[in-house]
Design a protein around this ligand. Structure first.
Ligand code: ADP
Ligand code: MG
Length: 330
């Protein structure tokens, strides 16, 4: 049973960055305003995510890392959206099969916090009372300790760390009301650092630098024709003074970080046709759609989405991008 669970867990948590993503999404779901990430050895030695969210109740700790334990089902309006996010209640459980998980947490109703460690889906001991300020800290140590082959393929810790920094950079831009930090264990300087309640442009400036932020323009598109679909998009796209070696697309659909290669390609085409010299743009887009219009690929680590009426939406976005590029070029 445990071998099967481990293999399944290794599918959900493919690399250190997949664990970080799940932990940060949990912190966001807990209404945190501050999320701090510490990483050692590209995440293989240690991943630590601390937040100031609502915490986890004492009575929930024993089953926290059992598979399919989730406190979120009731918050979903319909079954469709549960399906589209997939893998509910799977992330923390999976981590306990491929690493050592320690949770420290305190809720508003408690005078002190609790700390407890998990292995293979179960608590290793009763929760121990401890000092805690607010929120939750989750620590994953020795990720993939029981998966020798996986550890071998993940020897490049710089590569894994840069994936984690990239992930946090994206979250920090979209969740501008949350302060983020990401640093290597023991490092004085954070590699991502934003303050809560920044403007989006300030968040972009903190994370991607002034040269990116100063070359951006706002963009908007929407479609309220109920016969096709209902969507709205807003964001930033880079102008003709922005040059980069590769395209950067930060895409959030219904506040979830996703990838949509069709949209990415479509935008690149518009740039190549309109601003050939700046054809590797920086794009931030936030799209809101009815949840049942978003289809996330079954695989938990690939957040490639396809959208209902995707052609229509992509065309509207292409048009908006083209208009904005032409206007700014005049
Ligand atoms: P899911 O997010 O799909 O519900 P997870 O395995 O990621 O499943 O988490 C299981 C549960 O643990 C969550 O539903 C939530 O109740 C609780 N939880 C996890 N992380 C946090 C956190 N940082 N703050 C508060 N609750 C948390
Ligand atoms: Mg989760």
């Amino acid at each position: 049973e445990s071998v099967i669970s481990r293999i399944a867990a290794g599918e959900v948590i493919q690399r250190p960055v997949s664990a970080v993503k799940e932990l940060v999404e949990n912190s966001l779901d807990a209404n945190s305003t501050s999320i701090n990430v510490v990483v050692k050895d590209g995440g293989l030695k240690l991943i630590q995510v601390s937040d100031d969210g609502h915490g986890i109740r004492y009575e929930d700790l024993p089953i926290l890392c059992e598979r399919h334990t989730t406190s979120k089902l009731s918050r979903f309006e319909d079954l469709q959206s549960i399906k589209s996010m997939g893998f509910r209640g799977e992330a923390l459980a999976s981590m306990t099969y491929v690493g050592h998980v320690t949770v420290t947490t305190i809720t508003k109703a408690q005078l002190h916090g609790y700390r407890v460690s998990y292995r293979d889906g179960v608590m290793e001991h009763e929760p121990k009372a401890c000092a805690a300020v607010k929120g939750t800290q989750i620590m994953i140590e020795n990720l993939f300790y029981n998966m020798t082959a996986r550890r071998k393929t993940l020897q490049n810790s710089a590569d894994d760390y840069s994936k984690i920094v990239d992930l946090l950079s994206r979250f920090a831009v979209h969740y501008k009301n949350v302060g983020f930090s990401c640093r290597k264990h023991g490092a004085a300087r954070a590699d991502v650092h934003t303050v809560a309640s920044s403007s989006r442009l300030d968040a972009i400036r903190s994370v991607y630098g002034a040269s990116v932020a100063q070359n951006l323009m706002t963009i908007e598109a929407s479609d309220s024709d109920p016969s096709s679909s209902v969507f709205c998009m807003e964001g930033f796209i880079s102008n003709s003074n922005y040059f980069a070696k590769k395209i950067t697309v930060l895409l959030f659909i219904n506040d979830r970080l996703v990838e949509c290669s069709a949209l990415k390609r479509a935008i690149e085409i518009v740039y190549a046709a309109t601003l050939p010299k700046a054809s590797k743009p920086f794009i931030y887009m936030s799209i809101v759609l009815p949840p049942e219009h978003v289809d996330v690929n079954i695989h938990p680590t690939k957040r490639e989405v396809s959208l209902l009426n995707q052609e229509v939406i992509i065309e509207k976005i292409q048009l908006a991008v083209e208009l904005q590029l032409r206007n700014s070029n005049e």
